[in-house]
Structures are given as structure tokens and as C-alpha cells.
Write a protein that binds this ligand. Structure first.
Ligand SMILES: O=C(O)CCC(=O)C(=O)O
Ligand SMILES: [Fe+2]
Length: 199
């Protein structure tokens, strides 16, 4: 059933990209099947809110819609609970704790974006940790470069059920962003799972 919403590949098939400085990126294209029907459910049912605030090191007004699910909150679809549990199991030894929170971002079109940053609110600024992201809807590239600037070193498209996991020192030694684009692009939702105290 092409439209069934389910995880379809073992996480062991993820490919690891060593970024250097103790940072890495695991990539698993098409982890989630049925991402289009899931997208429709999330657009309709998630309590999206617009947010203008300062976040991360230096900026930013937030040109995208957000929703946050803390520990113990029910996630907006059971497949997201399954995904969080599968990630917690697969990375248990390496991470040493489960993924606990979920942040959802809705990029309505190419004007929605997130500026260069590391997830350094909390423990990501001091410790190795992991942030797992599933992209659904239209792919938008996640760019990575070493913290402090310089050219983009990785450009990883994320959409239609693709998974990336940023790990090791990635949040403090590297920055990531989803740039604006003037190309016509459809909407995209990003789902990020993080351990306790990582933001
Ligand atoms: O949209 C994405 O895939 C990345 C989002 C992100 O980096 C964040 O919310 O911290
Ligand atoms: Fe981030």
C-alpha cells in the first residue's frame, strides 16, 4: 500500500558521513513511507504557532510555524512515537539516553527558512548529543558548515520521509540552516527529536 504511513527501512541502513571535529551525520533517505498523507494530517491537526523571538546565538525572527511536544506529550501521529522509539533503540549505546522531545517546523514556502545556528540551547553547547530530523513534504536542503563561518560543506535534501541524524559534537562544532529560496517550492514539515535538555 503506497499510502500506508509506516517506517519502512531498518535504521542500520543509514549511511554515516564523518564531518570531522568529532561531528557526524547519519543519512537514511525514504525512512518513512506515506509521508504525503502524514503531511496532510499534520498540517490539519498540529497547533501551529507563529513565533517572533530571539533564538540560538545571534538572531532571529522565525519565519516558519512551530509546535513543540515535551516529554510526556502525546505526539500528533502514532508513527512519530514509533519513530522516536526506533531511534532511541538504535542509538541507545551511542547516545546513552532516549530521544524525548519533538519539535515540528512548517515551512510554508521558499520564504520560510531557518538561519545558520547550532542547537545550543542547553546541553548541546557543552556535550556531544544527537538531533534526529525527518523531513516530509517538499524537500528543502539542510546545509552544514563548521561553526564560525566559511563555505557550505554539506547540502543534504530532506523531504518525503528522509531522515538525518546530527551526532557527536555537531551542535557545537558545526552550524546548520535551511536557506530561503526564490524557486517555487511546495510546503515542508520538519520533525526533530532531541534528548532531554537539548534545544
Ligand atoms: O527544518 C529543519 O530540517 C531544521 C530545523 C532546525 O535546525 C531547528 O529547528 O533547529
Ligand atoms: Fe537546528
Amino acid at each position: 500500500m503506497a499510502d500506508e504511513i509506516a517506517l519502512r527501512r531498518p535504521l542500520a541502513e543509514a549511511r554515516r558521513i564523518e564531518l570531522g571535529q568529532g561531528a557526524w551525520l547519519d543519512v537514511l533517505p525514504g525512512w518513512l513511507a506515506g509521508s504525503d498523507p502524514l503531511f496532510e494530517v499534520l498540517v490539519r491537526t498540529v497547533p501551529w504557532r507563529a513565533e517572533r523571538r530571539h533564538m540560538y546565538d545571534n538572531e532571529v525572527d522565525v519565519p516558519r510555524l512551530l509546535a513543540h511536544y515535551g516529554e510526556g506529550d502525546d505526539l500528533p501521529h502514532p508513527v512519530l512515537t514509533e519513530a522516536r522509539e526506533a531511534l532511541s533503540t538504535h542509538y541507545a549505546a551511542e547516545l546513552g539516553e532516549p530521544f524525548r522531545t519533538a519539535g515540528l517546523c512548517f515551512y510554508r514556502d521558499g520564504r520560510d527558512s531557518v538561519a545558520w545556528h547550532g542547537d545550543r540551547i542547553g546541553r548541546g553547547s557543552r556535550e556531544d548529543t544527537m538531533v534526529a530530523i525527518i523531513g516530509i513534504g517538499e524537500p528543502r536542503p539542510l546545509l552544514l558548515r563548521p561553526h564560525g563561518g566559511g563555505p557550505t560543506r554539506v547540502r543534504q535534501p530532506l523531504g518525503h520521509g528522509d531522515l538525518v541524524v546530527m551526532g557527536g559534537s555537531c551542535q557545537r562544532t558545526w552550524d546548520h540552516c535551511v536557506p530561503k529560496t526564490s524557486r517555487p517550492v511546495g510546503p515542508r514539515i520538519s520533525i526533530q527529536f532531541r534528548p532531554r535538555g537539548v534545544g
